[in-house]
Design a protein around this ligand. Structure first.
Ligand SMILES: NCC(=O)CCC(=O)O
Ligand SMILES: [Mg+2]
Length: 328
C-alpha cells in the first residue's frame, strides 16, 4: 500500500477545533443569562398554574403564583420579564387594558413589591382585551390606527403608574412609538423606556401564543398591520421610524426564520436589538423532542446562540428558565 501523500496546505482551520479548550478560546459569540427575557402570562384568580396545552412547560399564572415564579427567575439570574395579561373581561373598546386595577397593573404592583430589582416590561397591545383578538380597535372589519394609538397611550401610562420599567408595544400601528413617548413624558415618565416590536411579521409561528392568551383573531388575519414575510427593506423602514420616534430598543419577530433581518438591523442601526423566539418555534422543539427525534437541550441552546450570533442583544424566549439553568 502506498503511503498517503500529505496535502501541501498552510491553512488548516481544524487546528482551532482540536480540543474543547481551544474551541472555547476562539469562540466568537456566547449566550449569557443576561441576554434572556422571560415572557410571563398572568391570568385572573388565585393559586392558578395552568399549563398551556400547545406549549408544554409554559404556564398561565395567577398573580400570587406569578410573584413566586418571578422570585424563582430572579434566583436563576434572569433579570427581565415581559408581562402578558389575560383580562377578566374583553370589551370592544379595550378599556380593560388601561384599568388601573387591571391584570397587568395589579401583577406589576405585586411583583415589584416582592422582586423589586427585576426589570419588568409590559406588553402594550389590545389583542387580549377585545373580543376580536386584533391588536387594534375594530370598526366595520377594519383595524383602526389612530384611534388605537390613543388607547395604547393610556395603557402605557397605566403600566408606568403601576411600576413598569419598560413598555413594549407589540401592535404595529403606525406612529404609536412617538405618541407613547410623548404621553409618557407628559405624564412625568421620561425615564420609562420603550422596547418597540418594530419589525413584527404576520407569522404563523404565533399560533400557540394565541392559545395561551385566548387571543386568536376572530376574523381575518393580521396582514394589514404586521409585515409580509417576503420583505426586508420594509423592516429597515419600520425600524428607522421607530428609532426616530423614540424607541430605546427595537425588536425583530419571530426569531430563527428572521435572523437575516436581525443581522441587517444590527449592521445599520446603533441600538440594542431584541429577538422574540416565539411560541411556534418553542413548541416545534418540544414536539420533536417529545417524539425522541431531536435533543431538546442542544437544539434549544443552539437556537439561542444563533440568535446571539446574528446580532440579538436580548432574546425573549419561553426557554429562558431552562437555558438559565444550563448556563449556570
Ligand atoms: N405580542 C406577543 C406575541 O405575539 C408573541 C408571539 C409568540 O410567542 O408566538
Ligand atoms: Mg411601525
Amino acid at each position: 500500500m502506498s503511503q498517503l501523500d500529505l496535502l501541501n496546505i498552510v491553512h488548516r482551520p481544524r487546528r482551532l477545533r482540536k480540543s474543547a479548550a481551544i474551541r472555547n478560546l476562539v469562540q466568537e459569540k456566547s449566550l449569557t443569562v443576561n441576554d434572556l427575557v422571560y415572557p410571563l402570562f398572568v391570568c385572573p384568580g388565585t393559586n392558578v398554574v395552568e399549563e398551556v396545552a400547545s406549549m408544554p412547560g409554559s404556564f398561565r399564572y395567577s398573580i400570587d403564583k406569578a410573584v413566586k415564579e418571578c422570585q424563582e427567575l430572579w434566583d436563576l439570574g434572569i433579570q427581565c420579564i415581559d408581562l402578558f395579561g389575560i383580562p377578566e373581561q374583553k370589551t370592544e373598546d379595550g378599556s380593560e387594558s388601561y384599568n388601573e386595577k387591571g391584570i397587568i397593573q395589579e401583577a406589576l404592583r405585586a411583583i415589584k413589591a416582592k422582586v423589586p430589582d427585576l426589570c419588568i416590561m409590559t406588553d402594550v397591545a389590545l389583542d387580549p382585551f377585545t373580543p376580536f383578538g386584533h391588536d387594534g380597535l375594530v370598526r366595520d372589519g377594519i383595524i383602526l390606527n389612530d384611534e388605537t394609538v390613543e388607547v395604547l397611550c393610556k395603557m402605557a401610562i397605566s403600566h408606568a403608574n403601576a411600576g413598569a420599567d419598560f413598555v413594549s408595544p407589540s401592535d404595529m400601528m403606525d406612529g404609536r412609538i412617538g405618541a407613547i413617548r410623548e404621553s409618557l413624558d407628559d405624564a412625568g415618565f421620561s425615564d420609562i423606556g420603550i422596547l418597540s416590536y418594530a419589525a413584527k411579521y404576520a407569522s404563523s409561528f404565533y399560533g400557540p401564543f394565541r392559545d395561551a392568551l385566548h387571543s386568536a383573531p376572530q376574523f381575518g388575519d393580521k396582514t394589514t398591520y404586521q409585515m409580509n414575510p417576503g420583505n426586508t427593506d420594509e423592516a429597515m423602514k419600520e425600524i428607522e421610524l421607530d428609532i426616530m420616534e423614540g424607541a430605546d430598543i427595537v425588536m425583530v419577530k419571530p426569531g430563527l426564520a428572521y435572523l437575516d433581518i436581525v443581522w441587517r438591523t444590527k449592521e445599520r442601526f446603533d441600538v440594542p436589538v431584541a429577538i422574540y423566539h416565539v411560541s411556534g418555534e418553542y413548541s416545534m422543539v418540544k414536539a420533536a423532542a417529545d417524539r425522541g427525534w431531536i435533543d431538546e437541550k442542544r437544539v434549544m441552546m443552539e437556537s439561542l446562540l444563533c440568535m446571539k450570533r446574528a446580532g440579538g442583544d436580548l432574546i425573549f424566549t419561553y426557554y429562558a428558565k431552562e437555558a438559565a439553568k444550563l448556563l449556570r
